[in-house]
Every structure is written in C-alpha cells, then in structure tokens.
Design a protein. Structure first.
Length: 260
C-alpha cells in the first residue's frame, strides 16, 4: 500500500500538517515555498500539486461545517462569483505562457512571495487591520458589501490559482469586517466551503496543464493528514502570542526571498 511513497515528502507533509493544525494557517503558505526552495520543485508543479492537496484536505472540513449549519451560502456564493471566473482566466494565462516556462515560473514565484508577505502582515497586524477595515465599511449598504465580497473573491481566485496562497488568513480577515454580525464559526465555515471548489477547480486546471505530481501528492498526504490530526489535538496548549509572530516572521522572510 505504501510502496512508492517518498519518505522525504511524507516527513515534509507531516511537518506542515503539524504547523497547520497548531496555527490554522493554510498549508499553501507553508507547503508551496518548502517545495520550491528546499526541494527545487518547479513553481507550477509545486502550486498545482498543493492545490489538489488543499482541495482534498478541505473537503472533510467543509462537509463538517455544512453538516453543523456553520456555512453562510450567501457569502460563499458571492465569493465564488468572483473567484471562479478569476481562477479560469488565470489558468488561461498560464496555459498561454506555458506552465513549465521560465516566464510562468517567474510570475508564480513573485505572486507567491507577495501572497506570503500579505499573509504575514495579516497575522501580525490582524487586530489593527480588522479595526481599520471595520471603520471603512461602517454603515455600508448590502449592495456595497456584495460588490466588495465579489471583488475579494476575484482577488483570491487569482492569488490561489497562481500561488495556492490566500484563501485562509487574508480572506477570513476581510470577511470578518464585511459581515461583523455573523458568528466567527460561520465566517470560517463559509471561507472553507468556498475554498473547496476554488482549490479543486484551480488544481484540476493545473492537472490539465500537466503541472501536478501525483506521486508527490500522495506522499504529502500520507504525512500531513496524521500531522494535522495530532497537532489539532494539542493546539490549545501552544501559546498563540509566541507561535504567531515566529510563523509570520518566517513567512515574511520566505516571501521576500521569493518576490525579490
């Protein structure tokens, strides 16, 4: 059953799974740069493989949230109205450039670096950003909120398809300010429910472009699934005020190296 599993990728998946379970940061923020920088995987292959990895791992989480009624399908639909067309257009761009070309590799690497820096800033200044965005959206009409949500979906569609990063920390933070009366659990559930089709569509597109390594995908899943389960059990015992700045600093450094 485990014949052909690469132990190096399995251990890497375990390490990323442990961090995801402890911090809640999306696997793309950790897995994709690890594959690119540590293992020299082509950026398109790293992103494509990670997108299918993310889609498969989020299905169970989305199903649980839906079962418990913690998904606001209105928010999910609004995000999808922007993200799905943006994801498809991004895939067309990558297909035009050639998924394994040097140009597409440069675009993916730069976008990945910028997305990681944005995630790091969101992690460090989350409270300040929430307060600032809340002031900007105070008293906004439902029409304006709908437009901003669709626009957010479009931005996430581009970021996720090109870099596999963005649907977690960035999306959830903005949604909290757009829908302040919604319970946090429904914001999280809606964000995860939206991430499932987005990552699967983007991942399928990369598969069509030939930029998915299924051997690597299976090896990563073998390690990451138990890693997430183990660390989620102990997450409440780890001081967030210690772990979050360290993680944010690491993402900022790695993002800077990729973007510049």
């Amino acid at each position: 059953m485990l014949h052909g599993i690469d132990p190096v990728f399995a251990v890497s998946g375990l390490a990323v799974g442990l961090l995801v379970g402890l911090t809640g940061v999306g696997g793309g923020s950790l897995m994709t740069p690890l594959l690119v920088l540590a293992f020299g995987v082509h950026p398109a292959t790293a992103v494509g493989t990670d997108l299918l990895y993310a889609g498969l791992t989020k299905i169970s989480g989305g199903a649980v949230h839906a079962y418990h009624g913690s998904v606001d399908w209105r928010i999910t639909r609004r995000l999808a109205y922007g993200s799905v067309p943006a994801a498809l257009l991004s895939l067309v761009l990558l297909a035009h450039l050639g998924s394994s070309s040097k140009t597409s590799g440069g675009i993916i690497t730069t976008t990945l670096g910028i997305a990681l820096i944005m995630t790091a800033v969101t992690l460090i200044f989350r409270k300040a950003l929430l307060a600032r965005l809340a002031r900007l959206m105070d008293g906004a009409s439902d029409r304006r909120i709908r437009i901003v949500t669709v626009a957010l979906g479009a931005v996430l569609g581009v970021l996720v398809t090109i870099s596999s990063v963005g649907a977690g920390a960035i999306g959830a933070t903005i949604l909290l300010t757009l829908y302040p009366r919604s319970p946090i659990v429904r914001i999280v559930g809606s964000d995860i429910a939206h991430a499932v089709p987005l990552t699967l569509i983007a991942g399928a597109g990369h598969w069509w472009l030939g930029s998915v390594d299924f051997h690597m995908l299976v090896s990563l899943l073998v390690g990451s699934i138990p890693g997430i389960m183990i660390s989620s059990h102990f997450a409440s015992r780890v001081p967030d005020r210690v772990l979050r700045p360290i993680l944010a600093g690491t993402l900022a450094v790695v993002g800077g190296r990729l973007a510049f």
